[in-house]
Design a protein around this ligand. Sequence first.
Ligand code: FAD
Ligand code: PYC
Length: 416
Amino acid sequence: MKRYSALSLLRNALDYNRKWPTAWRSPEPKKSYEAIIVGGGGHGLATAYYLARDHGFKNVAVLEKNWIGGGNTGRNTSIVRSNYLWTEASLLYEKSLRLWEGLSRDLNYNVMFSQRGVYNLGHSLQDMRDIERRVNANRLNGIDAEVIGPAEVKKAIPCINTSPSARYPILGASLQRRGGVARHDAVAWGFARAADALGVDIIEQCEVTGIDVRAGRALGVATTRGPIAADRIGVVVAGNAGVLAKMAGLRLPIESHPLQAFVSEPIRPVLDTVVMSGAVHGYISQSDKGELVVGAGIDAYNGYGQRGSFPVIEHAMQAIIELFPAFSRVRMLRLWGGIVDICPDACPILSKTPVEGLYFNCGWGTGGFKATPGSGWAFAHTLAHDRPHELNAPFSLDRFASGALIDEHGAAAVAH
Ligand code: FAD
Ligand code: PYC
């Protein structure tokens, strides 16, 4: 391992990292590829990585219109868990959680996955019945889950308000101890570096502006850097999925909504776990830098603006202050929004399409960060074999025709 002296660290700091080696190449686009992945978020980069690593693809490009990880991957609150209700969803998210558990080693890159536990609070008898049902379902699927009472919540999270006279008293919670958070940028960078090392071309500042479909088959894409041909095209653009689908003459059952989050000034460690409450529309954790990371529910209107509205911010802050009255004295530092792609059943689409050679991975809505490795793994299989893996077969587009929807609005927690 290379060692750095204090002097070399100082030199690096003063030359603004100009001499640092780049972590991935920045190649010119080739005329054609075996596979093109549109969208350089975590899911697109993971797809490219697993295509190259597990399926022997040697000629793959990821086309990103801005910079990698600049979409929802770099805007989310990084909560990872697998406690979904239905077996189909649980198994897919659990596959992902298992990949998270070995990801830093697989990628040789520290994604800072921290299994600090995730609490989903219950504030009414109905909340508690839903929690018990979900915990039982999780256990039947081999997923760790517990129901705990208010005294245990208070013991684990001393600064939370468990007073029975609170407007939304805490009656208990579900706890997934293997859940937690990861460093979102690192996930994009780790997948990018590992994919690049396997020969994947990562091409930033390359917007896809059209999809060339002839006789029912996708032949390539038009981009701001010229046309590029491909044997298969995987589209992984989150909130922009509807826009890309339209380029191929398709219409997806997706609505794009803003979703906001905020961070406070850094404070000393006060919260060593993740707390979510669907009933009051807020959730919170503390970053390694000390910032309180707070998230809201979606803004109700559709849009592509990557920013949200003030009433939602106010609503989320009220919820957090009710749960943690002491945080009313903390100053908020900044806020941002992303555009999330929501399906009618709050479940993703990982699917072939009616256009041959064209595949879509989208609809992760408010909860796709946790799925990043599992989604890439399953989607790579789908592209490589031209059919879904059994884990993502239930998430094909045909469920919207057959009616086999998988309703995960409850497990999607705060955000819907
Ligand atoms: P993205 O990271 O958005 O990547 C898509 C990429 O496609 C973008 O980089 C975009 O620039 C690119 N693109 C778009 N159009 C084109 C084009 N025409 N040509 C080329 N490139 C294009 N999930 C969780 O599991 N836990 C959380 O705690 C959580 N919190 C969230 C909080 C917020 C505020 C938000 C907004 C989302 C949150 N999510 C969370 C959801 C999660 O962020 C997303 O589901 C996930 O990151 C989606 O990843 P992706 O790679 O599919 O999309
Ligand atoms: O899916 O766990 C989640 C989540 C938390 C915040 C937004 N989404």
